[in-house]
Write a protein that binds this ligand. Structure first.
Ligand SMILES: [Zn+2]
Length: 392
């Protein structure tokens, strides 16, 4: 993974918090985030390009687009973060701490500034508000999208035209998009490829255009080079299944001395037991067959790698049907499952039951695992998991 030092990440990037806006009358909102990780400048560069093109071509435009830069201090230094990962700590408690600046880290300051900007941008009705969060990876590989698995997010993801990875937010606590999904926005994470690969900027630029089209801000026929963009996405993901789910996360801490073996790409197939990394304690094997995902090829980060596996598209159709019919409300009548006393969106599940009623069933019904205690799992239904807003 050696890269020339003249890359944007290595040289750092100066940007104001608001990269730019484009607005024309009332209508949908698109909030774009770039550079939440400071060694991922591709998103910021792509957003500048799209805004320039919108201004130069004066395309017919509806509603509002705003492009926001994430970690300004880390972008300047070309580092993932200075003191802590800015894409963590978006729990109510973490946000409160950052806003009151009870911590002293560079990222507390960044988070407090971002919260203020996002509050202003998200004010009012959020039913037609989309948020995309642009990232890149330390490993090479094709572009893809990540999403909290709600039906509205799935529809948005399909309109982008890249493979979907489900379930990453169940492995990572306190990511920014999780909180924005909960606040009622339609959200997607977009991963464009390797941090310093110029093609990653191109992919992000294409993804932003697709998001503008999906939101009804511009029409495809007005976008310069639209067909070429679609074609470029098709070529970049050729031969890849369209849906994946995360099966495993290898956590790492600095003292582990974790070193990924060189040369792995995102979605590369691996056998169960294959040794893919070393750490102080010895060789690190893959626990089950699947595809290697987000292997760590940078100093900073606490995910060593993930394993994902293909999901048959029929599974998504079945689960969408069940959720629309609200079959999930029947789950509480099954043995070993109790509704939580104070939360209508939560189920408490006996782990002995969860052994035969697998995690997949709960995912299918739109629940995510939120807590594990000694004998119980706590599952929570995602809010805003339908086209129409419901009481939950
Ligand atoms: Zn990132």
């Amino acid at each position: 993974m050696s890269r020339a030092l003249s890359t944007p990440a290595a040289s750092g990037l100066e940007t104001p918090r608001i990269i730019g806006r484009f607005e024309s009358g009332p209508g949908p909102r698109l909030i774009c985030l770039g550079g939440l990780h400071g060694n991922e400048p591709a998103g910021v560069l792509a957003l500048r390009r799209v805004l320039d093109s919108l201004r130069e071509n004066s395309l017919p435009f509806r509603g509002r687009m705003v492009a926001i830069a994430g970690n300004l201090r880390a972008l300047r230094g070309g580092r993932r973060f200075l003191d802590r990962d800015l894409n963590r700590g978006w729990s109510p408690r973490g946000m409160e701490l950052a806003e009151n600046l009870r911590g002293t880290s560079a990222e507390d300051q960044e988070q407090a500034e971002l919260i203020a900007v996002l509050r202003a941008e998200l004010a009012g009705d959020r039913s037609d508000t989309r948020v995309i969060d642009l990232h890149t990876t330390s490993a090479d590989g094709p572009p893809f999208v990540t999403l909290a698995d709600t039906l509205r997010n799935r529809t948005f993801a399909r309109q982008i035209g890249l493979p979907l990875v489900l379930g990453i937010e169940e492995q990572i606590d306190g990511a920014l998009l999780e909180v924005l999904t909960g606040a009622g926005a339609i959200t997607l994470g977009i991963e464009a490829g390797q941090h310093d690969d110029p093609v990653s900027v191109d992919h992000h630029e294409r993804a932003v255009w697709m998001a503008l089209i999906a939101g009804g801000h511009v029409s495809a026929s007005d976008v310069p080079g639209y067909q070429g963009m679609r074609q470029a996405f098709r070529e970049a993901v050729r031969g890849l299944p369209t849906v994946f789910e995360v099966r495993y996360r290898k956590p790492v801490a600095p003292e582990d001395g974790f070193r990924m073996h060189p040369g792995f790409r995102n979605f590369q197939e691996v056998e169960a037991g294959a040794v893919v990394a070393e750490e102080r304690a010895g060789p690190v094997g893959v626990p089950e067959a699947g595809r290697l995902f987000l292997p760590l090829y940078q100093e900073q980060g606490d995910d060593g790698f993930f394993v994902v596996r293909d999901v048959h598209p029929a599974w998504l159709r079945i689960s969408a049907g069940l959720r629309r019919m609200r079959v999930s409300s029947l789950a509480r009548w099954l043995p070993g499952i109790h509704p939580a006393r104070r939360r209508t969106d939560a189920l408490i599940v006996d782990r002995r039951v969860a052994r035969w009623l697998t995690l997949e069933v709960f995912h299918l019904l739109g629940y995510r695992k939120s807590r594990v205690t000694k004998g119980w799992y706590v599952f929570r239904r995602r809010s805003h998991d339908s086209r129409i807003h419901t009481e939950d």
